[in-house]
Design a protein around this ligand. Structure first.
Ligand SMILES: [Zn+2]
Length: 431
């Protein structure tokens, strides 16, 4: 679905403005006189492509957001029921699937260039993602937020420790955590068939903005794993009885959510660069606010996507962590979730060990440490207040794997998911 011409026009103006105002890509609300002035000024540059209106129309008032309820799954609803649905205690396994940004345009991702293999390995397409949602929904999974699955309590020895919470789920349902890694909209992805950024639509909802293979601007809710899930939950509210969506695992080195909020030590940091960075920080704030309001949460994926297994010094890890807090945490708020880049566990990739890197990261507030594995494994550490967990990863490697039925059969039949018509011809290990 396309938005109005006015929206596209204002986006184009902002784009043309480059480092200009940059704030509120689509937000008509709070469109101050100052911003309107800037847009008018840059109008000249855009005239070649799109005729600019003579006068900036009065911004429409922001729509009242649709109410969005978030519930705590660790509390049994009063009387054991909510909205006519009976809830029951659940202490079994909590499955955890993680995704990278999804491929909006397979023809750009799978075009034979140097990135093709990596994108095939680590991503699913928007269509495959939707098929996965439909399948897990039909199989009785319901979304829970990762931070609700464990809590920190004071142990008998007076020391803090993590415990697994009992979850109260609609009868017969199974809990499922979603996390999305690298939802930063990295530069390299933009030309490889991904959406460019998240924006707020005139309806107050999150939309993606990007370019189609012909270079046309597209504002959509069908091309990005964030908006696809938002829409899916709107259509199937019982898929998210607590309002949870996914935990977004963010680095910081190319900004977040499509906004270039980062510093860059490799270039001379001018006042212009800083002013642009600040405008991007302002622009992303309402996006974050709307994401949080509608069930999305955030975790760290380190600022620089750095390996924690031993190739980096403690000083580098500390500098990186501080940068994440300064540039990302300052925007998305506190989190106790850390997603290991490359799935690489600290201190020699040993989950049983509590080495000095793990201790440092824990001292910075992280309690839930996520790697990648062949099952939704989790383990509460005994010597420090922390839980480590593995996540499963629907992507080209596992969709093609001969183990897919064994490891992913509870979620889907791969034959109904993988889109071999658009992926490169690399074969599959199953029959
Ligand atoms: Zn990553």
């Amino acid at each position: 679905m396309r938005r109005t011409i006015a929206l596209l026009l204002s986006l184009l103006l902002l784009l043309t403005a480059g480092c200009g105002s940059g704030n509120r890509a689509a937000g008509a609300e709070e469109n101050s006189g100052e911003t309107a002035g800037e847009v008018t000024e840059t109008g000249d540059q855009a005239e070649e492509t799109v005729p600019a209106p003579e006068e900036e129309p009065e911004p429409e008032p922001a729509p009242e957001p649709e109410p969005y309820a978030i519930y705590d799954p660790t509390v049994m609803p009063e009387g054991g029921q909510r909205d006519g649905v009976t809830y029951e205690a659940y202490d079994g396994i909590v499955e955890h699937l993680f995704f990278h940004p999804v491929i909006a345009y397979p023809e750009l991702a799978f075009d034979g260039d140097a990135q093709e293999k990596g994108l095939d390995d680590y991503m699913v397409t928007a269509e495959e993602f939707l098929r996965i949602l439909e399948s897990v929904y039909e199989r009785g999974y319901v979304l829970v937020d990762i931070a609700d699955v464990w809590s920190e309590v004071t142990g008998e020895d007076g020391q803090p420790k993590m415990v697994r919470n009992t979850l109260y789920l609609p009868e017969g349902k199974k809990p499922l955590i979603f996390s999305y890694d690298d939802t930063n909209y990295y530069e390299y992805m933009l030309e490889n068939g991904f959406t460019y950024k998240l924006i707020l639509g005139e309806d107050g909802k999150i939309w993606s903005w990007g370019l189609d293979p012909e270079g046309n601007e597209v504002v959509s809710r069908d091309l990005d794993a964030i908006t696809i899930l938002d829409k899916f939950v709107e259509e199937h509210p019982d898929f998210s009885p607590f309002g949870a969506k996914a935990c977004l695992s963010l680095t910081g080195y190319e900004g977040i959510l499509g906004y270039r909020t980062q510093t860059d030590g490799d270039v001379e940091w001018t006042e212009e660069r800083e002013a642009f960075r600040q405008s991007e920080r302002e622009a992303v704030k309402p996006i974050i606010e709307e994401l949080r309001r509608t069930g999305w949460t955030f975790g760290s994926h380190t600022w620089g996507h750095i390996r924690l297994g031993g190739s980096r010094s403690m000083a580098e890890i500390q500098t990186d962590t501080q940068k994440w807090f300064d540039e990302v945490g300052s925007l998305v708020g506190e989190t106790n979730v850390l997603f290991y880049p490359h799935g690489e566990r600290p201190d020699g990739d040993d989950w049983q060990k509590t080495g000095e890197v793990f201790q440092y990261l824990q001292s910075q507030g992280f309690r839930i440490f996520c790697s990648v594995g062949i099952e939704s494994f989790s383990y509460i550490k005994k010597d420090i207040s922390a839980v480590i967990c593995d996540r499963l990863h629907p992507d080209g490697t596992t969709l093609r794997s001969k183990y897919v039925d064994e490891r992913y059969g509870q979620f889907y039949d791969v034959r109904e998911i993988i889109d071999l018509d658009v992926r490169p011809d690399l074969g599959v290990g199953w029959s």
